[in-house]
Design a protein around this ligand. Structure first.
Ligand code: UN1
Length: 496
């Protein structure tokens, strides 16, 4: 299924055949390739090579570093369709979303190229005569990227393009579920390197490995920054380990994203927003809409309309004309069924969630998206299940809706559908949504790369992608220069 595709993307056959770790496609559950997992010794060797690459790369002028990313963006444009198809095969995303993910890589390349001429620092007024102060941003060092199966290529690109224009070297450990898209990205990056001609060896390396490899990366003091995307459980392990060695981390962990649907909302827009955010990527985005907090006066109508929309959703092979592809694996299907059973136990009434196409694909896990009307924000609602389950809660007063939005452990994305300006502004105010993303009349998912992406509380606090997220990949230096013939001390101290 993937041999020709991988070859066209520039991946050498030995990288995906004859290994001991099988790679499955969620489309039909079959094994499509096998890779070799690397152990601690290989990781340490790669860290050493990355360290050497960093020593050289940090001295390359930033706009020249940007040129490498410009070339990479061109390579990605040429291979967008192929890489998008591979994302569909390996992660199970529908074609549109596979292509969208590659577009997100191209977008961040463009952003990073511009950024390479804008790594601006401040000049600061000194309190001392004949002095000036400034801030300089220097390359940080080695950046370790740990990514998840659901955005197997874009999240790496967010981190790597910024890290490289900032003058760092990168080591990437992708999910064990999606090594093929990672091999393809590495091969495409190498095409850009070949055009660039003089980048140091080992500037951006791939580590195909399991937990041991991840631990070696996380624990190594030479890796200045670990940027990890995945579950809160993973973040609870990675965060403290990196902190224990005073490393830096960017954590992008679980989300439990809500929409407040107010009585004044444009319901046509809201239903479309719900559909894309709750059902897109089969509910496997960290930004997926998981909770609908709807005003009691419109609840029945909205639920009926969402159910009608769900009934029309085409489920099946993501490469064909469908809207919902498979869940990543059986474990994910089981977790979804457990959550639905818990929702029933907690007094919910569940619609959908059944397995589909079982006869055609006995080893793949397709489901109808589920809606669970809940009497309260009970335990199961407060927990992130990485599957298409939309919990529905009714509210009477706006403040109650806001409280429900915030009363979960996670804090990634949120949105409100309203035409009431006061509600919209209150939602985005200091006392409004406590999430990293708070949208108005747009769903919770599908963010553009231009904004900083990430969230609060158990989401981990990290920010990636646009705005000034680049600062996390650099080391800030404060410089005070005395150009006078005196040595005045700060705070007016006299020391003689
Ligand atoms: C993720 O699921 O880890 O906002 C990232 C979105 C995408 C990125 C999701 N741009 O839904």
């Amino acid at each position: 299924m993937v041999d020709g595709l991988l070859k066209n993307l520039g991946v050498c056959a030995t990288a995906f055949t004859g290994g001991h770790h099988p790679v499955h496609t969620p489309i039909d559950g079959s094994a499509i390739a096998s890779v070799t997992l690397e152990g601690k010794a290989q990781v340490l060797a790669k860290i050493e090579a990355a360290d050497k690459a960093f020593q050289a790369w940090r001295n390359v002028p930033a706009p020249r570093r940007g040129e490498l990313i410009r070339l990479f963006g061109e390579v990605l444009r040429e291979h967008k369709a192929q890489l998008g198809e591979l994302v569909s095969i390996e992660a199970g995303k529908i074609t549109q979303e596979g292509l969208g993910e590659v577009q997100e890589m191209i977008d961040i390349c463009d952003f990073a190229v511009g950024l390479s001429r804008q790594l601006y620092g401040l000049t600061i007024a000194s309190e001392r005569p004949g002095h000036h102060m400034r801030e300089t941003w220097h390359p940080l060092g080695l950046v370790g990227v740990i990514s998840a199966f659901n955005f197997p290529v874009a999240v790496w690109a967010w981190n790597t393009t910024l890290a490289l224009v900032c003058g760092n070297a990168v080591l990437w450990k992708p999910s064990e579920k999606t090594p093929l898209t990672a091999l393809a990205c590495q091969a495409l990056f190498e095409k850009a390197l070949a055009k660039f001609a003089d980048a140091p060896e080992g500037l951006s390396q791939l580590i195909i490995g399991d937990r041991d490899a991840g631990e070696a990366l996380v624990d190594d003091p030479r890796v200045a920054l670990i940027s990890a995307t995945g579950s809160t459980r993973m973040g609870r392990e990675v965060g403290p380990r990196v902190a224990a060695r005073f490393g830096r981390s960017i954590l992008e962990l679980g989300g439990n994203n809500a929409m407040i649907l107010a009585p004044s909302a444009d319901l046509d827009l809201a239903v479309r927003g719900i559909l894309f955010s709750a059902v897109g990527t089969a509910g496997q985005r960290c930004t997926t809409l998981r909770r609908l907090i709807v005003h009691r006066s419109v609840k029945d109508e909205v639920v009926a309309r969402v159910k009608a929309a769900y009934a029309k959703v085409r489920i099946g092979d993501p490469r064909q004309d469908n809207l919902v592809g498979p869940l990543i694996d059986k474990q994910s299907f089981d977790a979804m069924q457990d959550a639905l059973a818990r929702a029933r136990d907690e007094g919910g009434s569940v619609f959908g969630g059944e397995r589909q196409l079982q006869e055609q694909y006995p080893n793949a896990y397709y489901v109808t998206p589920a809606i669970a009307e809940m009497p309260a924000q009970s335990d199961v609602v407060r927990h992130e299940t990485f599957a298409p389950i939309l919990y529905v809660l009714a509210y009477d007063e706006f403040e109650e809706a806001l409280r429900l939005n915030n009363e979960v452990p996670q804090g990634l994305s949120s949105c409100i559908f309203t035409t009431d300006l006061r509600e919209a502004e209150r939602f985005q105010s200091a006392a409004g949504s406590d999430c990293g993303i708070a949208n108005v009349n747009i769903g919770t998912s599908g963010a553009e790369i231009g904004g900083a992406f990430g969230g609060e509380k158990e989401t981990g606090g990290g920010r990636e992608s646009g705005s000034d997220s680049w600062k996390a990949y650099m080391r800030r230096q404060t410089n005070t220069v005395n150009y006078s013939r005196e040595l005045p001390l700060a705070q007016g101290i006299v020391f003689d």
